[in-house]
Design a protein around this ligand. Structure first.
Ligand code: ASP
Length: 422
């Protein structure tokens, strides 16, 4: 049986078991016991196994990718195309979200009592996020931090500074192309070794994926407040509709025009990536799978995957930006804050920028979303209203985030004259 089929079975099994437990024994001590001592730890261990390798993988594959591109002019060209693509497609995603939220106006459908209820029940969590956000610097300091004073300190923390890691990797890769081939060889060999080892470790971790995914999905669905889905249905429908339009409308067009590749075939080839993203809600945890699928199934050369995909996992978040745009406007509607066209343009820009700055981990964008809310004078406590539905939306938007990365890698490969595996 193929790996993605096994993961899919794990996902369905976890979801059915979770929903059944949620309905049949809500908050039963046995269920809480299973969550606490079985599904939560198993899911966490699986996620950690994947994320554990991300720092060495990003460093090795990005610096090697740059070194393999070899010539600085070519690097500049690929870099420019990649970043422009990220920014343009992300802007398009937010625009889709904003058009939908203006048309549907989901904020008008939220009953006053549900609003009060949600604000009260998620107050504590919202306050914690607000506090965390106060510590998050977003602004000019974010750009200063991209150049770290101490590269080890930048990554040796629970939320590693991925933009700093990207910068270090790029600089090391560039230095490797500048020094002579003989002198670069030992470090290149070492980086290749690190790359190979991370791939093997990830492969071992992915053998547990069907179980890890079952545990992760069970933990989510067995706790989910399904009444919340109904209360927030118009908001959820708006986000999901936007995500679907981007995933099944925009990506296929981009694939056809830029990568000259059949969208259907493409989606079939990246099934494992989409399933991993959906069940982990993390672009970072999915990155190793993204890289190996792009290389093995689509035949994208390592120098392109090594360069585009680590950058994409951190910087290219189409789904996240769309979600942010919709959420800011939804909360503005709920609180009766009028956002003029000019302010909505600011929302677009800020959603794109904060999506670039968001960590590729579950709910990584929430602290930055709070910053955008504050910037356009929408009450930040309002975040409490959507927190209960965030995990579901996070699973879906992460699928777009990683699909966008591979789509970009396919485009770059084609534009550089490489053939893709059919
Ligand atoms: N979970 C998303 C990702 O990893 C980030 C977010 O939107 O919170 O891509």
């Amino acid at each position: 049986m193929k790996r993605h089929t096994k993961i899919f079975i794990g996902l369905v099994f976890g979801a059915v078991a979770g929903v059944a437990c949620n309905i049949l024994f809500p908050e039963a001590p046995a269920l809480i016991f299973v969550q606490k001592y079985l599904s939560d730890p198993l899911g966490k261990i699986f996620l950690n196994l994947l994320i554990m390798m991300v720092i060495p993988l990003v460093f090795a594959s990005l610096s090697l990718g740059v070194a393999q591109i070899g010539d600085l002019k070519k690097l500049g060209r690929i870099g420019f195309k990649t970043i422009s693509y990220f920014l343009l497609v992300t802007t398009l995603a937010v625009t889709i979200g904003l058009v939908l939220v203006n048309l549907i106006r989901p904020g008008d459908y939220l009953p006053q009592e549900t609003k009060t209820q949600l604000l009260a029940s998620y107050k504590g969590q919202a306050a914690e996020i607000k506090e965390a956000t106060e510590k998050t610097e977003f602004g000019i300091q974010t750009f200063v931090n991209i150049v770290p004073r101490n590269p080890f300190a930048a990554v040796a923390k629970p939320n590693p500074d991925m933009l700093a890691l990207i910068f270090i990797s790029l600089i090391v890769g560039i230095a490797l192309t500048i020094i002579s081939k003989e002198r670069a060889a030992p470090l290149i060999k070492l980086l290749e070794g690190i790359n190979d080892v991370t791939v093997v470790v990830i492969n071992i971790a992915m053998k547990f994926a069907p179980f890890g995914v079952t545990a992760l999905i069970f933990s989510v669905t067995s706790r989910f407040g399904f009444e919340l889905l109904v209360a927030l249905s118009m908001y959820i429908v708006t986000v999901l509709l936007g995500l679907a339009l981007h995933q099944f409308g925009v990506f296929p067009i981009l694939l056809k025009i830029f990568a000259r590749y059949s969208p259907l075939k493409f989606f079939r080839k990246i099934e494992t990536v989409m399933l991993t993203a959906f069940s982990t809600s993390s672009s970072n945890a999915t990155l190793p799978t993204t890289i190996s699928v792009a290389q093995d199934n689509l035949g994208i050369p390592t120098q392109i995957t090594g360069f585009v995909l680590p950058l994409g996992a951190t910087m290219n978040m189409n789904g996240t930006a769309l979600f942010e745009g919709v959420t800011v406007l939804f909360l503005a509607q709920v609180f009766g804050v009028h956002l003029s066209f000019g302010v909505q343009i600011i929302v677009v820009l800020m959603s794109v920028l904060t999506a670039v700055g968001s960590a590729g981990v579950p709910s990584g964008s929430i602290p930055l979303l709070v910053i955008v809310l504050a910037m356009v004078n929408v009450p930040v406590e309002g975040i409490a209203i959507i927190l209960g539905a965030d995990r579901l939306l996070d699973m879906c938007r992460t699928v777009l985030n990683v699909t966008g990365d591979i789509t970009c890698a396919a485009y770059i490969a084609r534009s550089e004259g490489y053939e893709l595996k059919q």
